[in-house]
Each structure stands twice: as structure tokens, then as C-alpha cells.
Design a protein around this ligand. Structure first.
Ligand code: AMP
Length: 511
């Protein structure tokens, strides 16, 4: 016998639709079309996807997850992992994706901070209700629950939400080493998705090559939403593997990737203009695309990569145009309905061409950092402008150029590494006296993590010994690729380590 499960609706406030309502009407119009093309099992149609979303939503409700509750998720990429995210949206809960590389000790912090009603991860936890979803997504507790429920599952009602309802919390570490949860509302994600679909001329017949992780804004929101809102197909690859991606290019029309995707594909001996002529647009973001890569790509394929700029707090801010000139080294124009301005450290708006802080405003800008009102007040102005932490300039036409990061963020292979966090762990090693972690240019990763160390002992730890120590405490992508011992670190009069000097000094260490 079927019964109907209802998500509890927001009782007060202005009621607006839930982004998932827009998605589910697209899914039903495109029920027979392929949503996810899979390499290791049968493809999923849009009917299959919405069916799975409905079933997982029923499991979530059954575990007492309600509107506004957090669901923290640390699972490998799979069709079920996408369905889980959509199910969280459907019932009006708050999705909190966590990088799969985080160690258990790191996850402890995120659980404590986000206080989830449910954690779906690699293992069962004792500090909150939890379920697992196996790596293949085929079995594991959540799916087992689903199977036991499925006879009884009717249609789960999609929650209607308050105007400012949260859809997700994306954790993005700060230079202090403390991770901050960027709170994104349902409206933030819907407005940006709609805007991107128009700006990038998204079409139903597009086929997106999806090889990005889905614990980050790029793979989870930016790319997936464009395809889902159009009822387009995605070639759903578990990760970026150059041969697999190269062969999938032949059946795709859009590739969204980090610059590393492009540098790696450039080394493929069979990359030619003819091979990729069905690709409508190559898009890059999450880290700087060098002019060299932009030019090499154009030489190899005849196509100019469309570079755009975004972040966890704001999804996408600026983009090069679909039609019109895509300029190497520029991240393009503010999206329609958004504003960009460049300010000095005193907050004054600078003239065109002057370098300063990039600030953005628009319906995409997050509502603040989870449980961190002081941090929110520091970075989000009362007039709605968000101080991004990036430095740049804007020319007279409005094109934005990023010149660096005011925060010392390192972006290695598309992942953010915050030096302070790594330094704090290195400093726990007895044989190390001081450390300064920087990013240096690296042909493959864009930037690589390097630790500049002071050790007074005769027997200084090797890179292997250091990383063995870090292994339990920090994800692999945060661990140094190289270490350098020095007698002294350059410091300014205030005693602050001058990382700009270190970056210059070691700029060619790994090139
Ligand atoms: P995340 O929150 O992980 O997406 O990281 C956001 C940061 O990535 C931004 O603040 C920028 O520093 C950087 N970023 C994103 N896109 C670009 C780009 N196209 N060029 C340079 N940096 C970028």
C-alpha cells in the first residue's frame, strides 16, 4: 500500500517556490531523455533521476530531517550522490557537502560546526545520526533503507520555502585556518543558475562533460545546474582521468573544468581541431587560467576557452562572453543583474585600471558565514557588497582582471589550500621551529604547496617524514610537494612573514 510523505512547510514568512520545483518540472517534461550517461552501468533518464530523488527524500524524512535542518555529506561522486543533493533541496533541508579527501579529524570539526540532523558519509558516527552511501553508490545503508522503504513511498511533497531559506552551506577555509561555512540561499542558487543558462546560451541538446567533484561549488552548482535546468544530458564521470575525459569529448558539447583539465588535455597527442569540433564551448574557472594555456588551447583546437570567475560565497560573478571577445587573462564582465567594483583598503571606489579589492553585489551573494556574525560583518558590507578577498582591476568596458589574492590562498589542482591551516599542523612537529607555507607555480597543478621551514636540529625531517606526520591530519592535496630549510624567514617590522618575498624567491622551484 502506498502512502504519501509530506515535508513540513515553513510556517511563517513569505512563501516562495523551492528551486527544486523548477527542476522537477523540467525533469517531468524531459522524463524519457538521458540525464546521466554512466560508464559502469545503465544510464539514468530524467524519470530515473527524479524517482531516486523522491525515494531518497522519503528516507530523509523518515530520519526526521526537516526544513532548515543540515544534512552533511561526504560521499564519492555517483548518480546517487547527485540524487541525495537534490533530495535535500526537495525537502527544504540544507546541503553541506564535504571534500572526500578530508580526514576523520577534519570531518569532526565540520560536524561540530554544522550540527547536522543527518550525516551521510564513509562511516557511521557516534556524535550524530548517520548513514553511509557506498563508493559505488549501489549499496550501503542509505540505499538499503531506500529498498526497505520503497514499497511504501508515494510522492514526497516538495517543500515550499521562506524567502530567505538556506539551500546549502559550503565550507571555505579562511587565512586564520578556521573553516567558514558560506550560507547560500535557495534564491542565490536559482538566480545564478538561470543567469548562467542565458549567458552561456545553454540548449536542451547540450551534452555536458562532467568530470568535476560535486562537493564544491563548481561541480555541484555551476555545471550541474545548467544541465539540469535544461533537461540536458551529462556524461557523469567519477573524476578527471585524462584518457576517459578525452574519449568523452567526442560525444560532448560543453566542457566545464579547472585550468588543470586543459593543461592535461593539451598533452594528449590526438587533440586536434576536428576532434573537438562538436564542442560548443570550453569553460574554465576556480583558478587562474594562464595566457599561455589559453593560447596553446586556441592553437591546438581553434577554440578560445571561456574563462569565468566565482567562489563558494557568490557562485559566479563574472564571465567572458559567449559571443564576442574572450580575452586571455581576463575573467570577463559582471553577469547581468550583478555589480563589480574595485575598492581601496579604505573602501573608496577606485578608478578604472587601478588595482584594488574586488567587491561584488547581486542576487547571487550569500547571506553570511554560518555562526560567524563577526566574519560576516567584516566581509559583507551593509550595502550588500561582498569583499571577495581577490585583488584586481576593471577596464573602461567593465572587463575584470584578477591580479592576485589578498588572502594568501593557494589553489592547487583546483583545490583551495589555506597556508595557515597547514602551518598550524606542521608547527605541531617537534623538530620544526617555524614554518611558512606558500604556493609556487607548477605546470600541472597550477600552484603547488611548498613549506619553508626552520629546524634547529641536525637531523631535519625529510619531506616524506613531514607528510607522514601530516597524513592523518590533513587531506593529501594540502600536503607540501616540496620543503626548503632556511635559517631565517623574511619578516616585516610588525613581525609578519613576508610571503610575497618567499613566493618570488621560490617561484621557479618546481618549474
Ligand atoms: P572557491 O570558493 O573554492 O570557489 O574559491 C574561490 C577563489 O578561487 C576565488 O576567490 C578566486 O581567488 C579563485 N578563482 C576562481 N575563479 C578564478 C579565475 N577564473 N581566475 C582566478 N582566480 C579564480
Amino acid at each position: 500500500m502506498k502512502h504519501f510523505v509530506h515535508a513540513s512547510n515553513w510556517a511563517d514568512g513569505v512563501i516562495v517556490a523551492n528551486f527544486y520545483k523548477s527542476l522537477e518540472s523540467v525533469f517531468s517534461e524531459n522524463a524519457t531523455r538521458i540525464a546521466l550517461k554512466l560508464t559502469d552501468r545503465n544510464d539514468w533518464s530524467y524519470f530515473d533521476l527524479s524517482d531516486r530523488v523522491n525515494e531518497i527524500a522519503a528516507v530523509l524524512l523518515n530520519r526526521d530531517v526537516r526544513v532548515g535542518d543540515r544534512v552533511s555529506v561526504q560521499v564519492e561522486k555517483s548518480p546517487e550522490a547527485l540524487a541525495l543533493y537534490l533530495a535535500v533541496l526537495k525537502i527544504g533541508a540544507v546541503h553541506v557537502p564535504l571534500n572526500t579527501a578530508y580526514t576523520d579529524m577534519e570531518v569532526d570539526y565540520f560536524i561540530k560546526d554544522s550540527e547536522p540532523a543527518l550525516f551521510v558519509g564513509k562511516s557511521i558516527r557516534s556524535d550524530c545520526d548517520s548513514l553511509t552511501l557506498s563508493d559505488s553508490g549501489l549499496d550501503g545503508t542509505l540505499i538499503e533503507q531506500l529498498n526497505s522503504l520503497s514499497d511504501a513511498v508515494g510522492s514526497v511533497e516538495t517543500a515550499t520555502l521562506a524567502d530567505d531559506a538556506l539551500a546549502a552551506i559550503l565550507y571555505t577555509s579562511g587565512t586564520t585556518g578556521l573553516s567558514k561555512g558560506a550560507m547560500l540561499t535557495d534564491k542565490n542558487i536559482e538566480s545564478n543558475a538561470v543567469s548562467l543558462c542565458e549567458y552561456w546560451g545553454w540548449q536542451r541538446d547540450d551534452v555536458l562533460l562532467h568530470a568535476l567533484p560535486i562537493f564544491h561549488v563548481h561541480g555541484l552548482f555551476i555545471s550541474s545546474h545548467c544541465a539540469l535546468l535544461n533537461g540536458s544530458s551529462m556524461i557523469w564521470l567519477p573524476k578527471f582521468e585524462v584518457e576517459q575525459v578525452f574519449s568523452a569529448l567526442a560525444d560532448s558539447t560543453v566542457l566545464m573544468g579547472v585550468p588543470t583539465f586543459y593543461t592535461r588535455l593539451l598533452n594528449h597527442p590526438s587533440l586536434t581541431q576536428e576532434y573537438v569540433e562538436n564542442i560548443r564551448v570550453f569553460i574554465s574557472g576556480s583558478a587562474p587560467l594562464t595566457e599561455q594555456t589559453f593560447n596553446l588551447w586556441e592553437n591546438a583546437t581553434g577554440q578560445r576557452i571561456l574563462e569565468r570567475y566565482g567562489m563558494s560565497e557568490t557562485i559566479i560573478n563574472t564571465s567572458n562572453p559567449l559571443l564576442g571577445d574572450r580575452v586571455a587573462g581576463s575573467v570577463g564582465f559582471a553577469l547581468p543583474g550583478q555589480e563589480v567594483r574595485i575598492t581601496g583598503d579604505d573602501g573608496s571606489v577606485l578608478n578604472h585600471g587601478d588595482i584594488g579589492n574586488i567587491e561584488v553585489r547581486g542576487p547571487n551573494v550569500f547571506s553570511g558565514y554560518w555562526k560567524k556574525p563577526e566574519k560576516t560583518a567584516e566581509e559583507l558590507r551593509e550595502n550588500g557588497f561582498f569583499i571577495t578577498g581577490d585583488l584586481g582591476r576593471q577596464d573602461e568596458d567593465g572587463r575584470v582582471y584578477i591580479v592576485g589574492r589578498s588572502k594568501d590562498l593557494i589553489i592547487s589542482g583546483g583545490y583551495n589550500v589555506y597556508p595557515k591551516e597547514v602551518e598550524q599542523v606542521i608547527d605541531q612537529m617537534e623538530l620544526i621551529d617555524e614554518s611558512a607555507v606558500i604556493g609556487v607555480p607548477h605546470a600541472d597543478f597550477g600552484e603547488a604547496v611548498v613549506a619553508i621551514l626552520i629546524s634547529k636540529t641536525a637531523e631535519k625531517p625529510t619531506l616524506e617524514a613531514l607528510n607522514e606526520f601530516l597524513g592523518e591530519r590533513l587531506a593529501r592535496f594540502k600536503q607540501p610537494k616540496q620543503i626548503v630549510y632556511v635559517d631565517e624567514l623574511p619578516r616585516n617590522t610588525m613581525g609578519k612573514v613576508q610571503k610575497n618575498i618567499l613566493r618570488e624567491r621560490y617561484a621557479e622551484l618546481l618549474t
